[in-house]
Every structure is written in structure tokens, then in C-alpha cells.
Design a binder for this molecule. Structure first.
Ligand code: MRU
Length: 365
């Protein structure tokens, strides 16, 4: 997507063809800063610190992290060690495991001397595939938005609520939840997006709002608790979120608070859709309660970071010093609350049968 008119992906190779460059997402929306990753450890730190985040981008960064490790030592032990470091970075997004498994599948049979080049090749194709997947999610999902627009007699913009950032910043390009929105915008279908701020890290307020604004898409940031009120008052036509891991039965893990939006949507007959890339399906799990839920530092809840009028970035406390805080990163929306899964292969019900129908080769694996 474009940043001030220049096309960007979220991750790419530096001019030397070896180092990896990323957008430092912890600096947005106040500064656009590109940083270079030269080692596997740096790639792991970028994931842990959330300079890169979002399930597909975590996978892509891990793939490149492995490339960086294998430049120095491509032995079996080095390959296993680098995979361990990267796999330990974040627990919920299954794209991390998927990307590392995929890299290992390609690299393990090769002699050590051929591994680094092959790793760079597969990491690049993982990124290209993610772009194609997300664009296809957009092409399928736009039909839902077009339908709602036509049902309104083309009388007003389609109001879409989204949570967290499942936009192009969370993927290599296009995003998952946002891809249908970007395609609708391309097709001149008027849309307005309600952007949940998404405490504690505010990915909605700082990242989704930034990227939608950058593409001229009408949007309004709301506090996390506003969605139910808006749905009760007919101000939301549909919800689209992303997912970090979806079970083979269609239970959806996504950023904390997604479940409450799904409950409110069900109570108000608002369709609730999830943008789901194939690599985000965990074919080994059949019950959302088995998805590991990340618990992060309480400091993220006890403070808020922002820019002062003078332009300084500061963190301020919002709780009494002595209060404890809990910081669950994700929750699970049961399949029964999900109207449909928008995948790169089409839209299906959130069910084992629905997913099996689109991915017959993976179901049961
Ligand atoms: O903690 P984050 O910012 O990595 O969480 C991101 C989300 O929950 C996204 O909605 C999800 O990864 C889908 S990304 C296309």
C-alpha cells in the first residue's frame, strides 16, 4: 500500500540483498521509521517488542529471521536453534509456527551450503503468497460489502466495524479484515469504518486509523466499549476482524475484545465476518479453548503512550501504582457467533465442514 504516495510492503530485503527492512510499528502513527534487521536475534526482538506484529507479518518476519541465522551457520543444529528462538517469540499467532515449519520443510533436506540461498527464496515466496492471499480475501469479501450497499439502495456508505489492526501493517500487504475495504474503495463503493481503539496497545487508534487515513478511507475511532451501542442503534452494517489462529472447527482467536464484539453483533443481527488466510488455520486444533492465549506485561495496561502537544512521545500512568493489572492479548470467538470466514479461496461457514470444503487437502492432516 502507499505511504505518502510511495508503495510499501511491511517487510523487504535491503539493497545488500541480505539484511531485512521493516517499518517500526511502535513509532506509528507519529513517526514513519524503517529499521534494518541483521540477525536472527534482531528479528526475534522485533516480534517480541511488536515493531512487527499481526499474524501474517509475524510469520514472514520469522521466515526472514531464519535466513539471517543461516547466513553464518547453516548446520542442522543452527537451523533447529534459530527455529526455537523464533518460535518462542509470541504464542498465539499460528502463522509463526506455519512459516517456520514451511521453511524447515524446504531447508532440512538440503546440504548446509545450499540452505541460506534456499531460505531467502522461500521467505520471499512466503511474502509474495501472503500478498496474493490477502488480495484474494479482498476480492471475495468485497462482494459482501457491495451487497450491503445495494441493499441500502446505494443511499449511504456501508458502515463496517473492525477491531485491532488486521490491515496491511499486520500482513505483508493489503491486510485481511481491511482487504475487502480497500477493494471496495477501489471500486468506488462508499464505506465508513468504525475503528475500535483496541486497548491496551491501541493498534486500532494508532495503526488502523493511520492506514485508512493514508488511503483516504472515511473512518471514526471509537473506544472499545462503543461497538455495542452503535450496533443497537443501527450504525453498523457488518463487522470484519482478523484472526491469529482459527481452529479446524472455525473457532476464532483474535485480539482481546473481539469476542465481545461478536456477542453484540449476534444480539443485534449484525453480520460478523473474519478475514482468514489459509496459513492462519490450525488444522491440529478442534476446540478454541485449546488455543494458547498470550499474557503480556501489566505495564501495557497501567500506562498509555502518546504524543504531547510539544511533540514528545511520553507514557503516563492511568492506574494507582499499587493496583495489579491483567493483560490477556487475545480471546476466542466461538464458531457459532461467526457469520462467515472470508478466505483466499472464498467465503465459508465457520465450521469443520465449511473449512473442509475450501481446504480438502489440509482437513484431517
Ligand atoms: O497483538 P497483535 O497486534 O499482533 O494482534 C494482531 C491481531 O489480533 C490481528 O487482528 C490479527 O493478527 C490478524 S492480522 C491480519
Amino acid at each position: 500500500m502507499n505511504v505518502d504516495g510511495t508503495p510499501f510492503r511491511t517487510i523487504w530485503l535491503a539493497d545488500d540483498g541480505e539484511a531485512v527492512e521493516i517499518i517500526d510499528q511502535t513509532r506509528l502513527p507519529h513517526a514513519f521509521k524503517v529499521i534494518s534487521l541483521a540477525t536472527c536475534e534482531a528479528a526475534a526482538r522485533a516480534i517480541v517488542s511488536m515493531q512487527v506484529r499481526g499474524a501474517p507479518l509475524i510469520g514472514a518476519t520469522a521466515a526472514y529471521g531464519l535466513c539471517l541465522a543461516l547466513r553464518d551457520d547453516a548446520s542442522d543444529a543452527a537451523l533447529a536453534g534459530a527455529c526455537d528462538i523464533l518460535l518462542a517469540t509470541r504464542p498465539t499467532a499460528v502463522n509463526l509456527r506455519w512459516a517456520l515449519d514451511e521453511m524447515r520443510r524446504v531447508l532440512a533436506p538440503l546440504p548446509a551450503r545450499d540452505r541460506a540461498a534456499a531460505a531467502y527464496g522461500r521467505a520471499a515466496s512466503i511474502c509474495d503468497e501472503d500478498v496474493a492471499i490477502c488480495r484474494a480475501i479482498g476480492d471475495h469479501g468485497v462482494a459482501l460489502i457491495r451487497d450491503l450497499w445495494e441493499k441500502s439502495g446505494k443511499s449511504r456508505p456501508v458502515n463496517i466495524l473492525t477491531h485491532c489492526n488486521a490491515g496491511w501493517l499486520a500482513t505483508v500487504d493489503w491486510g485481511t479484515a481491511t482487504a475487502p475495504i480497500y477493494v471496495a474503495h477501489e471500486e468506488d463503493i462508499p464505506v465508513h469504518v468504525w475503528v475500535d481503539e483496541t486497548r491496551p496497545r491501541n493498534q486500532g487508534a494508532s495503526l488502523t486509523a493511520w492506514e485508512l487515513g493514508g488511503h483516504g478511507i472515511d473512518h471514526t475511532v471509537i473506544v472499545d466499549n462503543a461497538g455495542g451501542h452503535l450496533m443497537q442503534n443501527g450504525k453498523v452494517d457488518m463487522v470484519i476482524t482478523g484472526t491469529d489462529r482459527t481452529t479446524a472447527t472455525g473457532d476464532v482467536a483474535n485480539k482481546i475484545g473481539t469476542y465481545l464484539k461478536a456477542l453484540a453483533a449476534a444480539d443485534n443481527d449484525v453480520p460478523f465476518y473474519v478475514g482468514l488466510p489459509g496459513p492462519t488455520i490450525d488444522w491440529t486444533l478442534f476446540d478454541g479453548r485449546d488455543i494458547p492465549i498470550e499474557e503480556r506485561d501489566e505495564a501495557e495496561v497501567k500506562t498509555v503512550t502518546g504524543r504531547t502537544a510539544r511533540g514528545d512521545i511520553v507514557s503516563v500512568s492511568v492506574t494507582p501504582e499499587a493496583s495489579r493489572a491483567a493483560n490477556y492479548g487475545f480471546d476466542v470467538t466461538p464458531a457459532r457467533l461467526v457469520t462467515g470466514l472470508i478466505t483466499e479461496r472464498g467465503i465459508c461457514s465457520a465450521s469443520a465442514a465449511g473449512l473442509r470444503g475450501l481446504y480438502p487437502e489440509s482437513a484431517g492432516s
